[in-house]
Design a protein around this ligand. Structure first.
Ligand SMILES: Nc1ncnc2c1ncn2[C@@H]1O[C@H](COP(=O)(O)OP(=O)(O)O)[C@@H](O)[C@H]1O
Ligand SMILES: [Mg+2]
Length: 401
């Protein structure tokens, strides 16, 4: 019988460079009697990247979760073979899975951003696999977490490590997740849509990190709907449809000379280097009524937001922003990750008090701008914020009196 703790074998395999690290044969996953992964097979080899592509609901994420034993108690997983360098992953106890996850298989699951523990410090979240696997002391783990955050391009990592996930932008949180996934330099990395929520600048940094891991001999299973990402990273591509792999081959062949009709349709439909930013076939958005220039619905005047960091340093994240939104109009707010878009939207919704400036919802004529209150917010009438250096002023339910 093989023991789970066979990291040495992983390393030997990694150096060998050719032998497969992970073997998956006839994998089937069912929930409540309904099969959603229907007998798929693939291998992953050291220093290689297998991309799994396919439309939403085709079983990609379920496959990823199966490979880290996270399909849940209500699932039924069977396979002719599911092994990682000699370790049988099919008959693995929860205790044994805990030794595999993080150390032998690093993973970034889809929607993991929302599952970060909001009450724990980012540094502790990043260092969690180190702690679970008994790496170092509390102090050395904290230092390693800062190093990891730095290595994934997080600015001011010492400060960010002390903050909570909700204080970080989506791009920074995703980088923190990646830092955590690579903390123990696992031989296999599973990344489910790791760049979907990121702007192109951060996306490029994340891909560089994955490419560097691959260069070091890490085996990567990448799930992405973005063909430019797949084209850049993948050596092999498997195309999933309705729980099955309909086409599987070298990336170049699958992406540029697809054999299966479904792959051809998929390639036409999903974003690629060439299609990103261009219009989808047919108008994507229909304007139902003309813009009413006389009637601003929302007015933001000189909104600013300053956050005080754990190092007691104030940082301005939104600086003097004003806009008017008219009836029937769609206002697009764009900018790279961390530029203040979400903070601006939260101030506009009175979820977050502004440090300076005010925001008026003038959808109801005759109403004046009033201080924020949960009741007024709920009834969608007029509200505004003016809360300079007034930490006791809060929007949202806590303002209810
Ligand atoms: N925990 C679950 N319980 C029941 N059905 C699930 C569960 N997770 C996923 N599914 C179903 O499995 C199918 C494949 O889902 P998923 O792997 O998330 O697709 P993809 O990642 O390719 O978009 C879907 O029909 C989905 O509804
Ligand atoms: Mg998915």
């Amino acid at each position: 019988m093989t023991t789970v703790d066979t990291r040495l074998e992983d390393r030997v395999d990694r150096r060998a460079g050719t032998a497969s690290l992970l073997h998956v044969e006839n994998l089937r996953v069912a929930f409540a009697g309904t099969e959603v992964v229907k007998g798929i097979s693939f291998t992953a080899r050291p220093g290689g990247c297998l991309a799994i592509v396919g439309e939403s609901g085709s079983g990609k994420s379920v496959t990823a979760r199966t490979l880290v034993g996270l399909t849940g108690a209500r699932s039924r997983v069977t396979a002719d073979r599911l092994d990682l360098a000699g370790t049988d992953l099919l008959h693995t106890s929860e205790r044994a899975w805990r030794r595999v996850r993080g150390s032998r298989i690093g993973f970034i699951l889809q929607d993991a951003l929302v599952s970060l523990d909001q009450l724990r410090r980012v540094g502790d979240e990043v260092a969690e696999p180190l702690r679970l696997h008994g790496w170092g002391t509390r102090r050395t783990r904290a230092a390693k977490a800062v190093e990891l955050l730095r290595s994934v391009g997080v600015p001011e990592p010492e400060v960010k490590a002390l903050q909570r996930p909700y204080e970080l932008s989506g791009g920074l949180r995703q980088r923190a997740l990646i830092a955590s996934a690579i903390a123990l330099d696992p031989p296999l990395l599973i990344a489910d849509e790791p760049t979907t929520a990121l702007d192109v600048t951060v996306q490029a940094q994340v891909l560089d990190l994955l490419a560097a891991a691959k260069e070091r001999g890490t085996s990567i299973i990448l799930i992405s709907h973005d063909l430019s990402v797949v084209a850049r990273m993948a050596d092999e591509v498997a195309v999933m449809r309705d729980g099955e792999i309909v086409e599987h081959g070298p990336a170049r062949q699958v992406l540029y000379e697809p054999r299966h009709e479904y792959t051809r349709l998929l390639l036409d439909a999903i974003p690629s280097e060439h299609t990103r930013g261009s219009r989808l076939t047919g108008p994507a958005v229909r304007v139902r009524r003309p813009v009413d220039r006389d009637r601003p619905v929302l007015q933001a005047h000189n909104l600013a937001k300053v956050f005080r960091g754990p190092d007691k340093v104030d940082r301005t994240v939104v600086n003097d922003v004003s806009f008017e939104l008219f009836g029937g109009e769609t206002l697009g707010i764009v900018g790279e990750s961390g530029s203040g878009k979400t903070t601006l939207a939260r101030m506009a919704l009175a979820i977050l008090p502004a440090t300076e400036g005010r925001c008026c919802c003038t959808a109801h004529p005759g109403r004046r701008c009033l201080p924020p209150s949960a009741d007024r917010y709920a009834s969608r009438s007029a509200w505004s914020t003016r809360t300079r250096s007034a930490p006791s002023t809060r929007a949202g339910p806590s303002a209810r009196s």
